[in-house]
Design a binder for this molecule. Structure first.
Ligand SMILES: Cc1cc2nc3c(=O)[nH]c(=O)nc-3n(C[C@H](O)[C@H](O)[C@H](O)COP(=O)(O)OP(=O)(O)OC[C@H]3O[C@@H](n4cnc5c(N)ncnc54)[C@H](O)[C@@H]3O)c2cc1C
Length: 477
């Protein structure tokens, strides 16, 4: 224990509970200065943007209020992280800087450089884990290689002892305050200029408390049927915790502890839910070991895949006007709420990459702008899975049939009718393939194809054959 001031550098760990670096700072003794530095340049092309920045703004607002309640102050700075930390050390007289680790390539390099520079300057530096159950450098195959397939990864980690959430002793925390230091949250200009983000307000209650509330609500009932309901987009069968996990308003240790406390993990629903939490871990494992994958396929043979790069096709997909109802419903749900159901993410990405032969990176980029849970690890894994070119990916020749997927997972068409109101009077029999409906049925439903709702952007059979031909070329090369 010493009276030196500790800077607590917050990034994707925007919570007070179960925050390892915060507790370490409390235990170190002396006042704590929590700071968020807006350093989007450091992330280059993959800096947070769009919907994700809106979520970040709200998360910081809420965290600021939580610190205030505990007698603390959350400081904001903007600029290069090292330069800002050094200036802050000079102006506050801090002797320590603590943070929770990040795993994306640009962050790891930057954090290592900052650690060295600060230590060279005589500052005590400590980094902790608060966002994963098992950090990537702690998991490898028997021959010391990183896992590229989920099931053996899961087998390796599933029996490992889970760390409990860190008890943060806020009562003994002493906070540094200084009203004239740093800038205001508004000065970071995280909220997009486009008024689009205002819609998001209706769908998300952004705070550490609401994350816990959502978890409890999910564990009280939906988790029991998660194994089946998680595939039905019109059923509230998933936890919707992804943006909270991404920005660290809740951590996986907290989720797993509550899951174990309330359920027997031998039961199908809770076990499948735990496995999804480990899919997130697996995504971080892949990104950590293969940091180039947001921009290049893990499987190198796909590097020169003959994509079509058609801007008008990409736009129709983005706008939810492909003529495939389940796809359009998903794309509109995304633009309206900043979130899309996982099953539908798989369907829309498959259509873009396979039927439409558009580069998976263009799809990933659109998701990056529009998802509140945009996450470099999970987004990259998801898109490379759909593109058949990543870790544990769906083989390229396995091509989702959007009609079959729609009928299976949205059997009454409720999801489609909700998000694509042009189709709301189409009988269920035709809801996933309105072009099969006789003209009289379409007329009665008040829906003229090509006018009120588009014809399919590509014929399913043609799209499938074209995708397979492109794949054959890659296989042959
Ligand atoms: C093309 C594509 C892109 C995706 N992009 C993202 C993304 O940017 N950010 C993101 O968090 N997830 C992404 N996913 C994974 C998944 O769709 C979301 O995590 C999930 O829909 C979030 O909803 P939920 O919180 O209700 O999930 P739940 O079903 O309640 O699952 C609980 C948690 O487990 C994790 N999880 C669940 N499924 C997956 C998965 N397949 N991969 C990794 N983690 C998972 C998430 O953290 C999730 O919050 C993507 C999937 C695909 C197919």
């Amino acid at each position: 224990m010493s009276n030196k001031l500790t800077i607590l550098w917050l990034r994707q760990d925007l919570r007070l509970n179960d925050n390892s670096a915060l507790q370490a700072a409390i235990e170190a003794g002396g006042p704590i200065l929590p700071v968020y530095i807006d350093d989007r340049e450091a992330m280059g092309d993959w800096a947070p943007t769009g919907a994700s920045l809106w979520f970040l703004h709200r998360a910081l607002e809420s965290l600021e209020a939580s610190f205030k309640k505990s007698g603390g102050q959350l400081f904001y700075l903007k600029g290069d992280s090292l330069a800002e930390l050094k200036a802050l050390i000079d102006s506050s007289g801090a002797g320590r800087v603590y943070w929770n680790r990040r795993y994306e390539g640009p962050h790891r390099e930057r954090d290592a450089a900052i650690k060295k520079a600060l230590r060279d300057a005589g500052i005590e530096v400590k980094s902790c884990n608060t966002s994963l159950l098992n950090e990537p450098h702690t998991v490898s195959t028997g021959s010391g290689q990183p896992y590229k397939v989920y099931t053996p990864y899961w087998r390796n980690v599933k029996e490992r002892k889970l760390e409990p959430p860190v008890e943060v002793d806020l009562k003994t925390a002493d906070f540094y305050t200084n009203k004239s230091m740093g800038c205001q949250l508004e000065d970071l200009k995280l909220l997009p200029d486009h008024p689009w983000h205002r819609k998001l307000e209706a769908y998300w209650d952004v705070s550490e408390e609401s994350a816990m509330k959502y978890l409890d609500k999910f564990l009280a009932e939906p988790v029991a049927a998660y194994d089946t309901d998680r595939d039905l987009p019109r059923v509230a069968g998933t936890s919707r915790l992804s943006p909270y996990l991404h920005w660290g308003l809740i951590g996986p240790r907290q989720v797993m502890e509550r899951l174990h406390a309330t359920h027997d993990l031998r039961e199908q629903g809770p076990q499948t839910y735990a496995k999804e939490i480990y899919w997130r871990e697996f995504a971080y494992n892949v990104l950590y070991h293969f940091p180039h994958t947001p921009d290049a396929p893990l499987q190198e043979k796909y590097a020169d895949f003959p994509w079509e790069y058609d801007k008008s096709v990409l736009k129709q997909w983005q706008q939810g006007r492909t003529g495939y109802p389940i796809v359009d419903a998903g794309m509109r749900e995304l633009y309206e709420t900043g979130w899309m159901h996982n099953r539908v993410r798989m369907i829309v990405s498959s259509l873009l990459v396979k039927h439409l032969l558009q580069d998976w990176r263009d799809g990933a980029r659109w998701f990056w702008d529009t998802l509140v849970d945009a996450d470099l690890a999970s987004n990259t894994l998801g898109w490379q899975w759909s593109g058949g070119c990543g870790a544990d990916a769906a083989p390229y020749f396995r091509i989702f049939n959007p009609m079959t997927q729609g009928k299976k997972f949205d059997p009454d068409g409720d999801y489609v009718k909700h998000w694509v109101p042009e189709l709301k009077h189409i009988p269920t029999k035709f809801i996933h393939e309105p072009w099969e409906a006789p003209p009289s049925v379409l007329e009665q439903a008040g829906c003229q194809l090509g006018e009120d709702y588009p014809e399919p952007i590509i014929d399913h059979k043609k799209g499938r054959e074209r995708a397979l031909a492109a794949f054959d070329k890659v296989k042959a090369s």
